[in-house]
Design a protein around this ligand. Sequence first.
Ligand code: NAD
Ligand code: ZN
Ligand code: ZN
Length: 338
Amino acid sequence: MKAAIAHDFKKKLVIENINIPSIGVNDVLVNIKACGVCHTDIHACQGDWPVKPKMPLIPGHEGVGIVTEVGANVDHVKVGDRVGVPFLYTACGYCDYCLEGKETLCPDCLYTGYHVDGGYADYCKADARYIVKIPDELGFIEAAPLFCAGVTSYKALKVSNTKPGDWVAIVGVGGLGHLAIQYAIAMGLNVIAVDTGENKKELSLRLGAKHFIDFKIDTPEIKIKELLGTGVHAAICLAVSKAGFESAYASIRRGGTLVLVGLPPEDMPVPIFDTVINGITLVGSIVGTRRDLAECLDFAAQGKIKTNIEVRKLEDINTIFDELEKGEVTGRIVMDFE
Ligand code: NAD
Ligand code: ZN
Ligand code: ZN
């Protein structure tokens, strides 16, 4: 099978022909039809984070396709099912977190395209318990980005302590952020989008954001206070930038919530005094559970969420990474394997 492989940190990916993975008794084999490119894949290949991925690595955690083989113990998935292989590759199933339906917090969880080879390949092995079926209404290309960008944005909003009618700042209108705008609106929130450039402005306003703030022209926290007379109820930071987090923090009103989603390699100093006096809640949000994913797919199946997709080929992967790093992608790039 064809796969894009990272052999070492900070090196270009290489397209190679390798053997199709063999599966265990609890696994399935998925013939990948499409895979989105998440900024996390760049962090993985750069070795940006304290926990390092395996090397060599086949990245990709927005891989979707058709099940072609099932392990001997698998009975709830069958050959021919349309499924996606999300970032949460597996979890233990019996720790406190797993038992509470918080499997993304399982200390023994593994990540697809990070600890385990992922979807930048014709075939991908997956733990049958952690794949999620794709609703019939969605094609492979449109379903792929929902398996990370969609579920992560949706979950971040779920933990933002907001209610319909509240104001939310979506800081970073990339692959995740442009879906966060749509989920926020579907959940009844008023959106202020923050990013830079005409393309992101046009996309944000077209998707229904009430305002767009270009962080290279205006200081977002000042502009938000001009627009609302106060801060937002919640800011969701999906930017790959420490500056984005600092300005998201400064944009929240008293009693508000900052949801941290983007994962720039730097740290962000949190002012203790302001956080205490203003009663600010800081929430870290990591992808979403299988339940969150099913809900997030259902919004899209009902036509409420449309990813702005540019379709490309696996062979373009190094160029795609360059474009994503420069912030030139408007929406999500999805690689078509068909
Ligand atoms: P992307 O490259 O598509 O989007 C990032 C966006 O941030 C770009 O549009 C860029 O212009 C914008 N940006 C940069 N600086 C900014 C600033 N100061 N203010 C506002 N916007 C700014 O990336 P993506 O695929 O959407 O991923 C975003 C981040 O989220 C990455 O760090 C990724 O690793 C992380 N991520 C986290 C989770 C999670 O579970 N927490 C899941 C997926 C991705
Ligand atoms: Zn991702
Ligand atoms: Zn567990």
